[in-house]
Design a protein. Structure first.
Length: 261
């Protein structure tokens, strides 16, 4: 499938037609219950001018304990998996930090967040039909893992909502992996999440980091091109190209052997 996609993009360029620039939302998630699932901790003396420790953030079902939280997870139509992974229950784990030297602005904008998301299935998920070979993913399969750096948490002082996002197009790092999807040819990556129901309201502490708060996180993940389902059967054109490729490799090896003789 990746070979066919590359040839298609090349054909568009040869024809002088730009490839689509619109990002593809390939996965979304939301809270399984209307409760807070995210905690940001200043991790220092918020009344001190100088911060001596990193700020940290993590998934939390209650209080200040870091742990996985149940969420609802879906794959987008472009992946070919939306019929099988649609509003399914999964466990979300978030971990991350902001180095003590990276200050937040009072507007509010906290840059420099580094961390990860992990979405793990809580039930076995079977896919089949169409161009998918019958495949069953066991409980505990990796629906999606995300590593990121340079993410920003943005909002307004005194408000209970904000956004948390990162994009490779902006110079941030966003890397995806999944048991269900292949991101080899997916291109630019990003995520955009919303925070609501923050308690207390959003603000910057005297030591230059966001004040400690809890909130409810949900959002989506995007790539320039929809990732390919790992259960997808290559199209006939792909088989032809693969066979032709193997033939060329074989011919090159025979020529090399003849020259060596």
């Amino acid at each position: 499938m990746s070979i066919v996609r590359n040839l298609t993009l090349a054909a568009l360029l040869v024809a002088g037609v730009a490839a689509p620039a619109q990002a593809v939302v390939f996965a979304t998630y939301s809270t399984a219950n209307p409760v807070t699932n995210f905690r940001w901790t200043n991790s220092g003396n918020s009344n001190a001018v100088t911060r001596t420790t990193n700020a940290v953030f993590f998934s939390s079902p209650s209080g200040s304990t870091a742990a996985a939280v149940p969420i609802r997870f879906s794959f987008g139509a472009g992946t070919g998996l939306s019929s099988f992974v649609n509003n399914v229950t999964a466990n979300l784990t978030i971990t991350g930090s902001v180095a003590r030297g990276i200050a937040a602005t009072g507007s509010v904008d906290q840059p420099g967040a580094v961390g990860s998301f992990s979405f793990v299935s809580t039930t076995a998920i079977s896919v089949s039909g169409g161009n998918l070979r019958p495949t069953t993913y066991a409980i505990g399969s990796n629906l999606l893992s995300v590593s990121f750096g340079g993410a920003n948490l943005v909002g307004t002082t005194g408000q209970t909502t904000g956004t948390f996002s990162a994009a490779t197009a902006s110079g941030d790092t966003v890397t995806f992996s999944s048991d269900f999807l292949d991101f080899t040819d997916a291109g630019a990556a990003s995520f955009a999440t919303s925070l609501i129901a923050m308690v207390p309201t959003l603000g910057v502490a005297q030591n230059g980091a966001l004040r400690t708060f809890r909130g409810r996180l949900s959002g989506n993940f995007e790539t320039a091109v929809a990732p390919t389902a790992t259960a997808e059967v290559p199209e006939p054109q792909s088989w032809v190209l693969l066979i032709a490729g193997f033939g060329l490799v074989g011919a090159a090896m025979r020529r090399r052997a003849a020259v060596a003789a």
